[in-house]
Design a protein around this ligand. Structure first.
Ligand code: ZN
Length: 689
């Protein structure tokens, strides 16, 4: 197979983790391959070594799963090749109950000295001699079988730090510092611990991949979470041939947000979807409408879908894929085939949300972040992006490595990106000077690289404000909105609360002074700072609004030929927590005010996700109606939509074509073209030539 994995859209993952106590594990390989053929799979990620630690091929060094007769890889590979299915070897790296029993000293150890279990399996440490075993097994697989690729799963260090003997020794050598749980309490040493975990994972993956590629240079190499915000390990991810992240039902919005980042990394990506209702190993199947929605999301953002499936190992249903699973995948792949010609990989730049790995790492090591920033930082990003999705706005998520692309965008958003390196600041300032529109929230640009507040800088001049202090209150209200941003808001101070009333807030609003910026709304202090533990609260939950401050909540600043809108409250994190419709409306109003003449405007129900892609001179406007059943979250039916009105500004527009091939009318205006999309069910795409 050539190195063009992006063109293979219909992928399957045989995620087959079976224990040794099963007397018999049945797989009829010929039937299985016939099923793959019937489903029209183009790619199979196939189990070679499971979470239990056992193998599915005849390993000279490892132990084969006891109930399996023969060598699954040897039997399957030629059959798959014959049917032109790409074969990718799945290898589970750090979970291994078998080797854990043999080598207790390879186990990952937590800060209390206990061995680490990842879900239901023993987790081994990447810094232990495990790496030699993995290298040897991977070498066996790649040299003895005709595989096209290698895909590593569970390439993780223990989540809250590993304190095993191998890590102790290495940490001491590298930093001349003793590795103890106390290290987490200080920002500087905590960031060393994080760096240590990151470098350990980097070295491990690189060593294994180098070994595999040396044996077979054409090998496609990837791993789970390559390109994932949660991992935030951009250095090692650069070495992957393709990105892979998980996408679980019913987290449709998270899937879209991830895809909008992945498509900008300059390599193909896949999203792996369990076939089940909940997660891997559920023995259920999701509704066909749900799977089709998720497949459409993968495709329309330029990626591939990779769907999990297994055979029941034994018993009355043993040896085959459940017919219900096979049929659901088959219909989904039929759909994938139908839409794939309309799904190019490049986005039309309109709105960009900036994501910074460097900032995330810094926040992650600070005391503010508690111990689990990944969740906190992503709440901010996801909060912003979910509002954009609900507002029918098209956007990309760009990382630091794509910073030079910002000049193509109409609006760039910086959701609480506290630390911006001088280079990134320079790029952003230039972007605004040349006429760009920037929207920044909360502590964006207010931190130095030690996480200390910088009250005034070139960047704060760009915002047009100066730092004064944090609000002394955990919550705030917003009021006195300028009429341009007040549309649809009720006349009541709007609550900003990012945690439960009796929980400590980590994000007090920022009191800034306007330098050159004009205030568009003001912060309101609550009557009291509640203390529920000590019986000091008004009514049940939050304190009511008290005093309107002179501190702006929203400002607008003209800078060069551009504009900067600044929000002094933590909008993204608050929206993730409260889901306040008013904060959603407020952000959408701000964006409309900042960028009234966008090249794309879609008026549709909030359930319709909007995405604009391009290939050559053609643009593709995707409209996906995600309207899950109200109690389950699953898309259980195909639902009709009507009344979608669009405006597009594009150099040349000659014709508009729907997915069915039907042409639709449009009206030329001075600014662009306007058209109505005929009513559709769940999904429509308009090709604009
Ligand atoms: Zn360790």
């Amino acid at each position: 197979m050539k190195k063009t994995p992006g063109s293979l859209k219909r992928r399957l993952l045989f995620d087959f983790h079976m224990p040794d106590f099963l007397k018999e594990i049945k797989i009829n390989t010929e039937n299985y391959v016939a099923d793959l053929k019937e489903m029209k799979a183009q790619w199979l990620t196939i189990m070679t070594k499971s979470s239990y630690g056992n193998c599915y091929y005849e390993s000279r060094i490892g132990e084969k799963v006891k109930g399996l007769k023969g060598d699954l890889l040897k039997e399957l590979t030629p059959l798959l090749k014959k049917n032109k299915v790409a074969v990718i070897a799945y290898y589970n790296v750090s979970l291994n109950d078998v080797e854990s029993r043999k080598h207790p000293d390879w186990q990952a150890i937590d800060s209390t000295g206990k061995k680490v279990r990842f879900e239901y399996y023993d987790q081994l440490c990447l810094n232990s001699p495990l790496v030699e075993l993995v290298e040897k097994q991977v070498a066996e697989i790649v040299s003895r079988y005709e595989v096209d690729g290698l895909w590593l799963d569970l390439t993780y260090m223990a989540r809250f730090g590993c304190f095993c003997q191998w890590c102790q020794k290495l940490f001491q050598e590298r930093y001349n510092l003793k590795l103890t749980p106390e290290i987490k309490k200080d920002v500087a040493t905590n960031s060393l611990l994080q760096e240590f975990a990151r470098v350990s994972r980097f070295n491990f993956i690189k060593r294994v991949c180098d070994t595999a590629r040396k044996i077979k240079p054409s090998l496609l190499v990837g791993w789970n979470h390559a390109g994932d915000f949660f991992f935030n390990e951009i250095e090692i991810d650069r070495l992957a041939d393709f990105s892979s992240v998980e996408f679980h039902p019913p987290l449709y919005e998270e899937g879209s947000i991830r895809a909008r980042y992945l498509r900008n990394l300059g390599k193909p990506f896949e999203m792996m979807i369990p076939e089940t209702l909940k997660g891997w190993g559920d023995w259920t199947v999701m509704p066909e409408s749900t799977m089709k929605i998720m497949a459409t999301q993968c495709l329309m953002h330029g990626g591939s879908i990779n769907i999990g499936h297994v055979v029941v190992p034994c018993g009355a249903f043993g040896g085959k894929i459940a017919p219900g699973v096979k049929q659901t995948i088959k219909k989904t792949f039929h759909w994938v085939n139908k839409i794939s010609g309309y799904c190019p990989e490049e986005s039309v730049p309109v709105n960009a949300v900036f994501y910074s790995a460097e900032n995330s790492r810094l926040v992650n090591s600070s005391a503010l972040a508690e111990c689990d920033f990944s969740q906190h930082g992503l709440n901010t990003l996801f909060g912003f992006c979910k509002i954009l999705l609900a507002g029918n706005l098209h956007f990309d998520v760009l990382g630091e490595e794509q910073i030079e692309k910002i000049n193509q965008y109409e609006v760039v958003m910086l959701p609480d990106i506290r630390y911006l390196s001088p280079e990134i600041q320079g790029e952003i300032i230039n972007y605004v000077k040349k006429g760009g529109k920037l929207l920044a929230s909360y502590l964006t640009g207010f931190w130095d690289k030690e996480g200390k507040i910088v009250p005034e800088s070139d960047f704060t001049s760009l915002l047009g404000v100066r730092w004064e202090k944090f609000s002394p209150y955990s919550i705030s209200y917003l009021y006195q909105f300028e009429k341009n941003i007040a549309s649809g808001l009720p006349d009541i101070p709007l609550l900003v609360n990012e945690s439960e009333p009796d929980k400590k807030s980590f994000r007090h609003c920022v009191y800034v002074q306007s330098q050159k910026a004009k205030a568009l709304a003001f912060l309101v202090e609550p009557l009291i700072e509640s203390d529920h533990t000590n019986y000091y609260h008004i009514y049940h939950r939050y304190s009511p609004p008290g005093k309107i401050t002179r501190y702006p909540a929203i400002t607008i600043n003209n800078f060069g030929r551009g504009k900067v809108l600044y929000l002094s409250f933590p909008l993204g994190a608050t929206y993730s927590f409260s889901k306040s419709p008013w904060l959603k409306q407020l952000l959408l109003n701000c964006l409309r005010f900042l960028n009234p003449d966008s090249r794309l405007k879609v008026k549709a129900p909030s359930t319709v996700e909007v995405n604009l892609m391009k290939k050559g001179q053609s643009w593709y406007l995707h409209l996906l109606n995600i309207a899950p059943f109200r109690t389950s979250g699953y898309q259980e039916e195909e639902l009709p939509v009507s009344g979608v009105e669009c405006f597009i500004r594009k150099e040349k527009v000659n014709r508009l074509t729907l997915l069915s091939g039907e042409k639709i009318n449009f009206v030329r205006t001075k600014a662009g073209v306007k058209f109505s999309v005929p009513g559709f069910t769940t999904y429509q795409v308009v090709k604009i030539d």
